[in-house]
Design a protein around this ligand. Structure first.
Ligand SMILES: CC(C)(COP(=O)(O)OP(=O)(O)OC[C@H]1O[C@@H](n2cnc3c(N)ncnc32)[C@H](O)[C@@H]1OP(=O)(O)O)[C@@H](O)C(=O)NCCC(=O)NCCS
Length: 220
């Protein structure tokens, strides 16, 4: 794993899970149980949301659909083989950031950024400051989750900040604008409030979900 953004006084560090052997081992040992807990404890954040909303987006790759079957269930993923988990961490379309507690080494919170997704049509015509969103380098945030015992302590905010900062650096190093989006179920008002607090704007309300986005133009 790579250190991304230690948060000073916080009892956790923010890390990006690498795609090498060390990252795979970590993913299997630590991320897999974290993810299964998320699916068990908070199924409403992971199901339905993507099934309906993603179908409306033009997806470029079947891999993306498979990955974003974060619209998934505990029953589905508990049956995953080690190869299935390994495929998730080694795919080049997804990058996972985690907050790791210093004392316990537990994963407290995570965000996965998925690229190769088409930019939602709703956003293409809405460039800010003359920017053209359809030209931006785009990631969708998925698998956003904090374990219950540390909620409302800023851990998810630290993770998404590090993830967006990473995305911004990647996009800007290629002289592209950066766009990070997420779909939030209509019923999940606390997540919507959280995204807004983290600098995302609400761009569109769909049948079952709200589209939120953070757009960071590249200063050329
Ligand atoms: C949404 C979630 C990831 C937030 O994680 P977290 O680590 O508690 O978030 P933070 O501590 O960084 O939250 C910071 C701010 O977000 C907002 N927020 C977070 N949880 C909130 C809640 N339950 N109600 C209202 N606002 C909330 C607040 O503005 C909060 O600031 P405050 O505590 O000073 O008021 C977490 O509640 C979670 O895992 N929920 C279940 C899964 C989920 O809904 N994922 C999102 C799917 S789109």
């Amino acid at each position: 794993m790579n250190d991304q953004a230690g948060s000073g006084q916080s009892p956790w560090t923010i890390e990006m899970i690498s795609r090498d052997a060390q990252g795979v081992a970590y993913y299997l040992e630590k991320y897999k149980p974290f993810r299964l807990l998320a699916l068990q404890e908070s199924p409403s954040c992971t199901s339905q949301m993507c099934d309906n909303s993603l179908l409306k987006m033009k997806l470029k790759s079947i891999d993306v659909i498979n990955f974003l079957a974060f619209s998934s269930t505990h029953a589905r993923e508990v049956a995953f083989t080690a190869a299935d988990w390994t495929a998730r961490v080694t795919t080049s379309i997804a990058t996972t950031f985690v907050a790791v507690e210093f004392e316990t080494h537990d994963i407290l919170s995570s965000v996965t950024l998925v690229n190769s997704l088409s930019i939602p049509n709703d956003l293409k015509l809405r460039g800010k400051n003359g920017g053209n969103l359809s030209e931006a380098k785009h990631w969708q945030a998925a698998a956003v989750y904090t374990i219950p015992r540390v909620r409302r302590r800023g851990v998810a905010s630290d993770v998404i900040r590090a993830a967006v900062d990473w995305a911004r650096k990647v996009a800007h190093s290629q002289e592209q604008d950066c766009l990070v989006t997420a779909l939030v179920m209509d019923t999940n008002s606390k997540a919507r409030i959280w995204y807004e607090k983290c600098g995302f704007s609400i761009y569109n309300c769909r049948d079952d979900a709200v589209l939120v986005a953070q757009y960071i133009p590249c200063e050329k």
